[in-house]
Design a protein around this ligand. Structure first.
Ligand code: 4AZ
Length: 288
């Protein structure tokens, strides 16, 4: 996990990709180490709840400072991964320059809006060794339209049934060779049985431990389609509802190493508490 943060996010993404370009001998070819394999470009107008987390101060201006994804779950609420809010990533205290970009398909364009983040709540129970509890809530300084808010899947939602087709969205790595997307991409994956990820990521695995109650496993038996570095915190959607947040995995798109997502149904109760208690001890960007 610590290795993953260092590789994916603690450095500017261009450097991170250079590290990801050397696959182990058993892995799929470098070109398969990406979301774009089996993925496709999409217009954010069709997934207006997909947002980019950016900090030009920390990640440079080339791709508007994009370093993670996020999802609009309320008019001023964005869900993302807790590991995206780690001190190594956003700074401690977090940079004042942290923003959410909505409505911008191409990060190089001026489409959409940059919205400052007013407060950050990162799950205090997030476990950086197992990756359990990988979610955080950002409060936006101004509201987005209700039409940008995606409904959340609750426990028992049929969208969680293994075999369900799901779509993951992000601006992350597209080739494993420093070719980060500047335009939004999506990939179709399938919800996998928990047993598949329990076998792939047993207790003590280097990249994390799969825990069915709080995580969700998705991918393809042959690999190829997956989320990758830079996609973290972004949405996994099935049947029109948010079922997961991009969280972790061993590499990207490798057969036998599915993508692991934060299980949204396990987050709903905490999210309501955080949103209901706006006076809760949020970290304000730049506050010491
Ligand atoms: C990452 O480092 C990361 N293939 C995100 C998703 C996956 C692996 C790594 C899943 O942010």
């Amino acid at each position: 996990m610590r290795r993953r943060i260092a590789r994916a996010l603690a450095r500017p993404l261009v450097l991170a990709a250079a590290g990801a370009a050397i696959p182990p001998a058993t892995a799929a070819p470098a070109v398969a180490d990406s979301i774009v394999i089996g993925g496709f470009p999409v217009d954010v107008a069709h997934s207006p709840w997909t947002v980019a987390l950016v900090s030009r101060d920390r990640f440079g201006g080339t791709r508007a400072g994009q370093f993670c994804g996020g999802v609009v779950v309320g008019r001023t609420a964005v869900l993302t991964a807790a590991h995206c809010m780690a001190g190594e990533v956003v700074g401690a205290p977090p940079t004042r320059d942290l923003k959410v970009i909505t409505g911008r398909t191409d990060l190089l364009s001026r489409q959409g809006k940059d919205i400052p983040v007013r407060a950050i709540w990162a799950n205090p129970h997030y476990d950086a060794d197992t990756n359990a509890g990988d979610f955080a809530v950002l409060t936006l300084a101004e509201p987005v339209p209700q039409s940008s808010v995606i409904p959340l899947a609750g426990a028992g939602d049929p969208a969680y049934v293994p075999g369900t087709s799901a779509t993951v969205y992000g601006w992350g790595d597209t080739t494993g060779t420093a070719a980060y997307a500047h335009s939004l991409h999506a990939a179709r994956v399938h919800v996998l049985p928990d047993g598949r990820c329990e076998r792939a990521y047993p207790s003590g695995s280097e990249d994390g431990t799969y825990t069915a109650g709080s995580m969700l496993c998705a991918g393809e038996a042959t690999g190829g389609r997956d989320a990758c570095q830079g996609d973290s915190g972004g949405p996994l959607v099935a049947r029109g509802r948010l079922i997961g947040l991009v969280s972790w995995g061993s590499g990207c798109g490798r057969a036998g190493s599915p993508g692991v997502y934060t299980r949204v149904s396990d987050v709903v109760r905490t999210l309501r508490q955080v949103l209901g208690a706006d006076k809760a001890p949020h970290r304000a960007p730049g506050a010491s």
